[in-house]
Design a protein around this ligand. Sequence first.
Ligand SMILES: Nc1ncnc2c1ncn2[C@@H]1O[C@H](COP(=O)(O)OP(=O)(O)OP(=O)(O)O)[C@@H](O)[C@H]1O
Length: 362
Amino acid sequence: MAESMVKLENITKQFGELHAVDNISLTIKQGEFLTLLGPSGCGKTTTLRMIAGFENPTSGNIWINQALVNEIAPYHREVNTVFQHYSLFPHMTVFNNVAFGLKMKKVKKAEMMERVYNVLDLVQLKEYENRKPNQLSGGQQQRIAIARAIINNPQVLLLDEPLGALDLKLRKQMQLELKHLQQSLGITFIYVTHDQEEALTMSDRIVVMNKGKIEQVDVPRVIYEMPKTLFVSSFIGDTNILKGMVHKKSNDELTLQLGAEMITVKKEPTIEVDDHVLLSIRPENIYFIKETESHDIKIPVKVIECIYTGSSTKVVTQLSDGQKIVIQSTNDAIVTKNTAAFLTWKKELTVVYKANEKEETF
Ligand SMILES: Nc1ncnc2c1ncn2[C@@H]1O[C@H](COP(=O)(O)OP(=O)(O)OP(=O)(O)O)[C@@H](O)[C@H]1O
């Protein structure tokens, strides 16, 4: 996976005054499943459309397979795109929809038949070859759209929210199918979604975008466990954001005041004594402990609410200064509403940000 398949260098796209994509640089490796993730309007689709050639960058360079493609028309780029709306030809059978690209290229009949049946087999729709798109379910139509996109053996497949129109169960099933397909074909996938769970499930690496800029690029585990910015922390998964203040700084630790308590966390180079900070702690990383237990972090709280959610219980607690901490507990027997309790979490799972860093609601 070492070779670079797509390279974006200082890419900006302006629509009038708006910087839809704002000076991003990114290298996507051969065979990689890379996901562009971010809220609506952050520039994901615009980035994908520039790689496809449907939009021209205002400035910057795009390489595909080591070739500069800025001036190359979409149909001459080694990429294919799958959209959320399948854009199948309604009057053609499944077979003809998939064969269309090969017919345009005047591929010989025997080879065309072999290739169409191969991809129909890959997407498990061989027996549907004579149906029209309106005789297929949404998931089947999307598989046909994917079959059509891979039949020309593109180096790169661009997928713009391809599962967005499907219901949750089918979407989850198709996520796994797509991932397996990508692995077996060895094609580079650049995938756009605003669904963080989908991104975490499918990707080799995730690019988190916000307002046209890249906030973080990394493997799913690092994005989830070590979000670099407050934005990433809040956008990916559920988290508690708590206000604190730095009391002491030693060689490798910070001592923070949180409510009436002092806790120690890992040192952050840019954070100094007296700084106001925001702590991000995921609900599933917090545990209830008994008053008699001793832990590095031990926070007294009041239990405000217990909400049963099936596999776990969401427990809302409150610190002495009124800040709320939500815990996702699989052992709710330990607490009851309106009682005092004690919380702990691992200091290495506490992510600390300077409070003035992008304090906004997401
Ligand atoms: N052709 C255009 N003309 C003017 N503004 C545009 C155009 N295309 C996109 N934009 C704007 O650029 C910004 C980024 O849009 P883009 O479609 O890339 O976002 P996105 O992250 O894909 O969002 P979504 O998840 O809603 O599809 C938005 O503010 C959008 O309104």
